[in-house]
Design a protein around this ligand. Structure first.
Ligand SMILES: [Zn+2]
Length: 335
């Protein structure tokens, strides 16, 4: 069978289907949002722009779930009433979130938890089982009907196989899918009445649920100041203390997940000019070279801060982003 790149019409149909399951699927928890986001990120990190099928390990999907929920399971402190955590389920707290909450009390960051290999592997295994039994089984089920356009669910299979063309479309529309899922996810949290007391204390729910944590980024800045000898990644000028910012080399607006190799340090001027544009090819090469040379240090020092550090994956994301730029004529920043 030849798996061709889907036609424009097939691609639109795919996007319609995504919207349809988000609109009409039954959602008893937030797992389905997490699943769609995970599939779209994995299609970028593990896939390519072809009409082929993509084989995914349940453990890879589980890791994405843990990352998403780790952030959202941060407890919110109240005056006297103790701590509250967002409820991600219609009834009692979702099982995966409970597991994450438990481990959050022992490990101060996801990076430290990952380093405890035995506990980490057990968590990934448990979460993978729940992912398979719940959201993967039900995502494409609408009003009792099966509506399989992403994958054919098969309980007996150890892996999840995306249908031909699904990988291509996920990569093509990932920015739209991320945004749709995040908006719906936030809505779900808002509408869940058990969350009412927490919501008053969280003026910016979107930031709390999805955006990078300031303190963590400050810690990244301290590492990068050393690596870059306090020079701006883009213009090479020496930076004054306090007048620099951590920049997502592949902009957050394109790929909203923090990975260690994606961070560079830029002076305020370059940072605000680059904003959410992709940098020119010259910088892409500089960034790739930096990652090759300083891979070990980045893995060692940034993973402790709680970020996934995987050079190959970061470079796959960049490959995707620059191909998207070419195809869609995105503006570029030349420094
Ligand atoms: Zn600069």
């Amino acid at each position: 069978m030849i798996n061709c790149i889907p036609t424009a019409q097939e691609q639109l149909k795919f996007l319609k289907n995504i919207q349809l399951i988000l609109q009409s699927g039954s959602f008893s928890s937030t797992y389905k949002f997490a699943l769609l986001i995970s599939l779209s990120r994995l299609a970028i990190e593990k896939g390519e722009d072809s009409g082929e099928q993509l084989v995914l390990e349940y453990s890879d999907i589980a890791e994405k779930f843990i990352e998403l929920y780790w952030k959202q399971a941060a407890p919110y402190n109240f005056n006297d009433t103790g701590q509250r955590i967002l409820n991600q389920n219609n009834g009692k707290q979702a099982a995966i979130v409970n597991k994450v909450i438990e481990l959050r009390q022992i490990y101060s960051s996801l990076g430290l938890l990952r380093r405890d290999v035995t506990i980490w592997s057990k968590l990934v295994k448990d979460v993978a089982r729940t992912v398979k039994d719940m959201p993967v089984r039900y995502l494409q089920n609408m009003n009792g009907q099966n509506f399989e356009f992403l994958y054919l669910f098969d309980q007996s299979r150890k892996q999840l196989i995306l249908l031909p063309q699904a990988m291509y479309c996920l990569r093509q529309f990932s920015e739209i899918i991320e945004e749709l899922c995040q908006k719906r996810w936030i809505d779900y949290i808002r509408k869940n009445s058990t969350n009412a007391p927490v919501l008053n204390q969280l003026p910016n729910l979107e930031q709390f649920m999805f955006e990078p944590n300031r303190n963590q980024l400050n810690a990244v800045a301290n590492v990068l100041v050393e690596l870059q000898e306090c020079k701006c990644f883009y213009c090479n000028k020496v930076m004054k203390k306090g007048s620099y910012a951590v920049d997502h080399f592949i902009p957050w607006s394109m790929y909203p997940s923090d990975t260690g190799h994606n961070f560079v340090l830029a002076d305020s001027s370059c940072n605000s000019k680059k904003s959410n544009l992709l940098a020119s090819d010259e910088f892409l090469h500089k960034w790739q070279e930096r990652n090759e040379k300083q891979d070990m240090i980045i893995v060692d020092r940034i993973s402790v801060l709680g970020f996934l550090t995987d050079k190959e994956r970061s470079h796959k994301v960049a490959e995707w982003a620059y191909a998207q730029r070419k195809e869609n004529n995105y503006l570029m920043w030349n420094g």
